[in-house]
Design a protein around this ligand. Structure first.
Ligand code: NAD
Length: 325
């Protein structure tokens, strides 16, 4: 393991939400040669400021569509954590960009891994590949045919590319299907701010948080730090050529989530139910609950940070942003 910590790790998308935690935890763990490649389309230097100051991580501002850049970066690389991707909504609005980043970009990363004899690649897949699952808890063998999103299609294609590259060239891989990630540094300013951020703002203004519909839709929330932990455990593990769900393994309804957020913000307000606005009527996923037993068994990973605790961290961070406004 001592040797592994000296190895060169290339992290695509490492300046993003999840990536910035992965970089931080790798440094805390003793890794000292981390190369982040990120085009800063969504990520930022601010996210990785502390990590860059340690001198153990460097940021190359570049794009995974740039094959020459990847060829240079991957020279001498031992491991790769491939996180760079576009968001689900962005893929739907700009399908060709999705093709270029998610399919071609990932292909470029895999090609560079093979050329430079990378020992293992960890890939960030998603629960979106299940679409609205038929079975709960949903295990990794669940079929992908309920997915109707281009983002989910690209991630599934990426997993299949990994399988074929392993078979053709012997490139070892692990694909992690992340579920609903939340925590400090999550997107607050995008066009599609997440429900938690919308509620946070309403509660701050003393207004009852609005729940569209009956609030019974469920998700399987996992704290961002735990996702980073699972990613590093997958990297360090002897396990290879496997796919894992990365989730808490517990479903939480939007109604419960709203109440937990109110509690984390010490608010006495009550959620208010309203009709779903027209533009939001096409909800494709009503229920999510992952089977997390495979990750527990093969990677010894189990999420431990409760939603209440994680939301308290999120609120602290959001409050700190408010203060700097
Ligand atoms: N956040 C979630 O809830 C969630 C859930 C499931 C899966 N995932 C997956 O986990 C990974 C990390 O997600 P995140 O939430 O940190 O997203 P993010 O958008 O914060 O991070 C992705 C990073 O990739 C960078 N990037 C995008 N296109 C690039 C390109 N062409 N070249 C180089 N860099 C590029 C962005 O600038 C960003 O920093 C992604 O692959 C995402 O699909 C996330």
């Amino acid at each position: 393991m001592t040797d592994m910590k000296k190895s060169k790790i290339v992290i695509t998308g490492g300046a993003g939400f999840v990536g910035s935690y992965v970089v931080e935890q790798l440094i805390d763990d003793g890794f000292e040669n981390i190369v982040i490649v990120d085009n800063l389309f969504r990520g930022s230097r601010e996210n990785i400021k502390e990590s860059l100051l340690t001198g153990k991580a460097t940021l190359i501002e570049g794009d995974i569509k740039d094959r020459n850049l990847l060829d240079n970066l991957f020279s001498g690389c031992d491991y790769c954590i491939h996180l760079a991707a576009l968001r689900i909504t962005h893929c739907a609005e700009h399908p060709r960009e999705a093709l270029e980043t998610m399919y071609d970009g990932t292909f470029n990363v895999l090609e560079a891994c093979v050329k430079h004899k990378v020992k293992k690649i960890i890939f960030s897949s998603t629960a979106s590949i299940y679409g609205q699952a038929d079975k709960f808890p949903t295990d990794e063998l669940h079929h992908p045919y309920n997915n109707y999103t281009l983002y989910g299609a690209a991630k599934m294609a990426n997993e299949l590319m990994l399988r074929s590259f392993e078979r053709m060239y012997g490139l070892p891989y692990i694909a992690l299907r992340y579920f609903n990630i939340y925590g400090p540094r999550m997107d607050t300013f995008g066009k599609y701010t997440e429900v938690l951020i919308r509620w946070y703002r309403m509660i701050k203004e003393g207004k009852a948080p609005l729940i569209y519909g009956d609030g019974k839709q469920t998700m399987d929330f996992i704290y961002v730090g735990e996702v980073a932990k699972a990613t590093i455990m997958a990297l360090k593990s002897d396990c290879k050529n496997e796919v894992f769900n990365v989730a808490f393994g517990k479903e939480t309804s939007l109604y419960e989530l709203c109440n937990l957020l109110l509690k984390a913000m010490c608010s006495n307000l009550k959620p208010q139910f309203v009709d779903v606005p027209l533009e939001r009527r096409k909800v494709e996923v009503f229920k999510r609950k992952a089977d997390v037993s495979k990750a527990k068994k093969l990677l010894a990973f189990r999420a431990e940070i409760s939603l209440g605790e994680g939301l308290t961290n999120l609120v602290k961070w959001l409050d700190s942003l408010e203060m700097t406004k």
